[in-house]
Design a protein around this ligand. Structure first.
Ligand SMILES: Nc1ncnc2c1ncn2[C@@H]1O[C@H](COP(=O)(O)OP(=O)(O)O)[C@@H](O)[C@H]1O
Ligand SMILES: [Mg+2]
Length: 473
C-alpha cells in the first residue's frame, strides 16, 4: 500500500534532477502523473474506478533522455516497469509477439520483484533453517527414546537429577551437547570447508511443448508448461558439498519455502494494476504518415498494431499465468522521435488516450558538459569508479570536459545526431588507451589527469576527418 510518505511532485522532480539534465517540462508532467496515482488510491472508492491515468506521449529526438526519465520514474515509484518497442509488433511471423505480451511481461516483473522481496524478508528465518539442516548433516540428532521405555525419564525425582548431572548423561544428552558445540562452530565459521551430504532440489524439469505458433496464445502456453512441470515429482538429489556451499545452495530454497506464493501472485497483480508503468518506445514507427493512405502492406500492419494497442491502453482484462490483469489504471508512457510522422498520424482513439504531450528539448553543448559531470551516474564518475578498483585516481579538468562536450556536439551535427549517447562513444575513445595500460604500465597509485590538451590530441584528428569519425566516434 502506498503511504503518506509518497513523494510530492516537487520531490519527484528533484529526484529526477539527480540523474537527468534539463527536460524540465517532461519531468513536471511525469511527476504529476505519478502523484496522481497516489491521489487516486486515496480518493473515495467510487471515484477511484472513474479516474483514468494521465498517459503521456514524449516527443523528442533520440538520446535526449526519454527512456531514462521513464526508467528513473519507475524506480522512484518503486513500481513494476516494462519497456517495449511498438515497432516490434509489426514484425509478422514467428518473432512477432502479440501486443498483450507487454501486460504479461509486466505481471511477470511484478511477481518476480515481490517474490524477491518476500524472500529477502524471511532471510533470517531461512538462515536458521539452513543452519539446522547443516547441523543435522554433521551430527544427526538421536531419536528421543519412546517414553515409558525406561531410562532416566521415568525416575523424575529431585534426588535423581543430581546424579544425572554428575555422570556424563545418556547418549541423548551427549548428542545434544555435541550438537550445541557444533552449532557454535558453524556460527563461528570454523567448519566452512567441512564436507557434508545434503539434498538439493533440482528445480522442476522444464517441459517443452511443441506447437505451431498461433495455435495457443502465450499465456496458455506458458501456463500449460508450468502446470505440467508442477505435476512431475520435484526431484532432489544428494550432493556432497562443503558447509559454505551448502549454505549458498540451501538459502534460496528455504526462503522460497517460507514465502506464500499465492499471496505474492495476488499482491503482485494488484501492484501491476495500480502502480505498473508500461513504456512504449518508438510509437512513431507505427504511426502512418498521411501519404500512405492508399493502403499498402506496412501501413496496414502499423495501423493494425495501433488497433491492437488501443484496448490495452483503454483498459481491458489480460489473461496472464498469474491471473487476470486489468489494464485500466496502468500508466502508459509512449515515446517517439516523430521525425517523419506526427502524433496526429496516430489513429484518433489512440491520440485521445495519450492526452499529455511533452516535447523534450535537443541537448546543447552545455547540457552535454553537465551530463558528463553532474548526474549521480555520470560517465566521468563511472570511469573513476572503475579505476578505483585498480587503485588509480582519475581526474577530469573542467576545460577537458567542456572540450569533450563540444566534440560530441560537433560529431552529432556532422555525422548523425544520437544525442547524449554520443558522449559514451567519445569518452570510450578518449580513455581507450589508458584503460588498456592500467595496471600493466600505469600501476596502482597512479594519478591520471585528463587535460584539454589530451582530449585535443586523442580526438581532434578524428573529428576533422569525417570518414573516420563516422566509424569510430
Ligand atoms: N537529459 C539527459 N540527462 C542525462 N543523461 C542523459 C540525458 N539524455 C540522455 N542521457 C543519457 O543518454 C543515454 C540515452 O538516453 P535515453 O534516455 O535512452 O534516450 P532516448 O531519448 O533515445 O530514450 C542514457 O545513457 C542517458 O543516461
Ligand atoms: Mg529510448
Amino acid at each position: 500500500m502506498l503511504d503518506t510518505s509518497f513523494l510530492t511532485p516537487a520531490q519527484i522532480v528533484a529526484e529526477l534532477d539527480k540523474y537527468i539534465i534539463g527536460q524540465h517540462e517532461a519531468k513536471r508532467h511525469v511527476a504529476i502523473a505519478l502523484r496522481n496515482r497516489w491521489r487516486r488510491l486515496h480518493a473515495p472508492a467510487d471515484m477511484q474506478k472513474e479516474i483514468v491515468p494521465n498517459n503521456i506521449l514524449m516527443i523528442g529526438a533520440t538520446g535526449v533522455g526519454k527512456t531514462e526519465i521513464a526508467r528513473r520514474l519507475a524506480i522512484l515509484a518503486d513500481a513494476p516497469f516494462v519497456k517495449v518497442e511498438a515497432s516490434k509488433f509489426t514484425e509478422v511471423g514467428y518473432v512477432g509477439r502479440d501486443v498483450e505480451s507487454m501486460v504479461r511481461d509486466l505481471a511477470e516483473q511484478a511477481v518476480s520483484r515481490l517474490r524477491q522481496r518476500r524472500q529477502e524478508a524471511v532471510k533470517a528465518q531461512a538462515a536458521q533453517a539452513v543452519e539446522d539442516i547443516i547441523l543435522d548433516a554433521l551430527i544427526p540428532p538421536l531419536k528421543a527414546p519412546a517414553s515409558g521405555s525406561g531410562g532416566s525419564l521415568g525416575f523424575g525425582s529431585s534426588g535423581e537429577s543430581i546424579a544425572a548431572d554428575a555422570v556424563p548423561g545418556s547418549d541423548q544428552e551427549l548428542n545434544e551437547r555435541t550438537r550445541e558445540r557444533f552449532r557454535q562452530k558453524i556460527r563461528n565459521g570454523e567448519l566452512e570447508d567441512r564436507r557434508i551430504e545434503i539434498n538439493v532440489a533440482q528445480g522442476s524439469p522444464s517441459v517443452g511443448i511443441m506447437g505451431a505458433p498461433g495455435m495457443m496464445d502465450e499465456a496458455t502456453m506458458s501456463g500449460l508448461q508450468d502446470m505440467l512441470g508442477n505435476m512431475l515429482p520435484k526431484k532432489s538429489r544428494k550432493r556432497k558439498v562443503s558447509v559454505a556451499e551448502a549454505r549458498k545452495l540451501l538459502l534460496d530454497e528455504e526462503a522460497a519455502k517460507l514465502v506464500d506464493m499465492d499471496e505474492v501472485k495476488e499482491e503482485a497483480i494488484r501492484q501491476a494494476e495500480n502502480s505498473g508503468i508500461i513504456f512504449i518506445d518508438e510509437i512513431d514507427k507505427v504511426a502512418t504518415s498521411g501519404s500512405g493512405k492508399s493502403g499498402g502492406g506496412p501501413d496496414v500492419s502499423r495501423q493494425g498494431v495501433q488497433r491492437d494497442l488501443l484496448p490495452i491502453v483503454e483498459g481491458s482484462a489480460v489473461n496472464t499465468k498469474y491471473g487476470i490483469v486489468n489494464t485500466d489504471h496502468i500508466l502508459f508512457i509512449a515515446a517517439g522521435a516523430f521525425h517523419v510522422s506526427k502524433p496526429s498520424d496516430l489513429i484518433p482513439e489512440l491520440q485521445g488516450r495519450f492526452p499529455i504531450r511533452v516535447e523534450l528539448q535537443s541537448l546543447t553543448k552545455d547540457d552535454f558538459y553537465r551530463i558528463l559531470k553532474d548526474p549521480k551516474n555520470a560517465l566521468t564518475k563511472q570511469y573513476q569508479a572503475l579505476l578505483t578498483a585498480e587503485d588509480v585516481h582519475l581526474e577530469f579538468e573542467d576545460e577537458a570536459l567542456l572540450k569533450l562536450a563540444e566534440i560530441a556536439f560537433e560529431v552529432n551535427s556532422e555525422v548523425e545526431n544520437i544525442g547524449a549517447r554520443r558522449l559514451h562513444t567519445v569518452m570510450s575513445r578518449l580513455l581507450n588507451e589508458l584503460l588498456f595500460d592500467v595496471p600493466d604500465k600505469l600501476g596502482a597509485g597512479t594519478q591520471l589527469t585528463i587535460t584539454p590538451q589530451l582530449v585535443e590530441e586523442r580526438l581532434r584528428d578524428m573529428v576533422k576527418n569525417r570518414d573516420m569519425s563516422q566509424y569510430i566516434l
